[in-house]
Design a binder for this molecule. Structure first.
Ligand SMILES: NC(=O)C1=CN([C@@H]2O[C@H](COP(=O)(O)OP(=O)(O)OC[C@H]3O[C@@H](n4cnc5c(N)ncnc54)[C@H](OP(=O)(O)O)[C@@H]3O)[C@@H](O)[C@H]2O)C=CC1
Ligand SMILES: Nc1nc2c(c(=O)[nH]1)N=C([C@H](O)[C@@H](O)CO)CN2
Length: 240
């Protein structure tokens, strides 16, 4: 059922976020996305009727400015998909404290602050549509850890835990769930040997592409009996 109240997708300018924005917009949903860098994809989404809000969640001010913009323009929300993310490893020459702060800022602080700020808008969306959803995009490594993306994995574990807490706090009007991919799509710069190693980590040994994530989002938005849970998209990696 198409939701009348808008659905926010953070980080909707590329890859999974962009695919979700296009799919939900095509289904007739009102879609709002956030982005940092103006580019052709943003202009194209605007031409398709998607509302694009420039927002950078790397600072408290950036998060609060986004919250203010939404509250000034909307009185209800049908959902929010916390997709914005930076995948940074310890191998880069970044100071560990800076890296940990950056990962927790975008993956935990921003979703935490935004969920609390938008509770009333989402409840208004529930009153209107009979449903409202929060979806956290986490990661398989939240459960297993990562020796090369330690700070990143810890922050995704923090986001996983927010799923449980907000599911308890917002029930029964707002469902809160997570999607934990192990691999959806590589980055252009990923070398062949890296890609082969990553593919061999799962039983199915494939790069499913962003549509696998879109399907998971569509399922959760259509479900009426799921909250506090994680959809794992990992090709059987947990059995390897
Ligand atoms: N790709 C994969 O295989 C996997 C992905 N995931 C998770 O799925 C989600 C989507 O993955 P993917 O599409 O690859 O994500 P990307 O790495 O493409 O990042 C998504 C968006 O996050 C936005 N973003 C990053 N930092 C900030 C910030 N500080 N403030 C605001 N926006 C920010 C970027 O916006 P902009 O470009 O406008 O700057 C970017 O477009 C992520 O949460 C990711 O962790 C989990 C496991 C595997
Ligand atoms: N924000 C992002 N998070 C993640 C990405 C990404 O590109 N952006 N990519 C991965 C990898 O696919 C990894 O799961 C396997 O190589 C993980 N998270």
């Amino acid at each position: 059922m198409t939701r009348k109240m808008p659905i926010i997708i953070t980080g909707g300018g590329q890859r999974l976020g962009l695919a979700c924005a296009k799919a939900l917009n095509a289904e007739g949903h009102q879609v709002i996305i956030t982005y940092r860098k103006p580019r052709e994809e943003i202009r194209s989404l605007e031409q398709q009727g998607v509302v694009c809000i420039q927002a950078d969640f790397s600072s408290t001010k950036g998060v609060d400015d986004f919250i203010s913009t939404v509250k000034q323009n909307y009185s209800a929300l049908g959902g929010i998909i916390h997709n914005a993310s930076e995948w940074e490893s310890e191998k880069n020459s970044v100071d560990p404290s800076t890296l940990m702060e950056k990962m927790w800022q975008v993956h935990v602080f921003a979703p935490y602050r935004i969920n609390l700020a938008f509770e009333g808008l989402l409840c208004a969306g529930f009153e209107h549509d009979g449903q409202a959803d929060i979806i956290h995009m986490t990661d398989y490594v939240a459960e297993k850890g990562s020796d090369k993306h330690i700070a990143y994995a810890s922050s995704k574990a923090g986001l996983t835990n927010l799923t449980y807490s907000f599911a308890k706090r917002f029930a029964p009007n707002i469902n809160v769930n997570a999607i934990a991919p192990s691999l959806l799509m590589f980055n252009d710069e990923d070398a062949p040997e890296y890609r082969n190693k990553a593919l061999n980590k799962s039983l199915l040994r494939k790069e499913p592409g962003e549509q696998e994530g879109v399907l998971a989002v569509q399922y959760i938005l259509s479900s009426r009996y799921m909250t506090g849970r994680t959809l794992s998209l990992d090709g059987g990696r947990h059995l390897v």
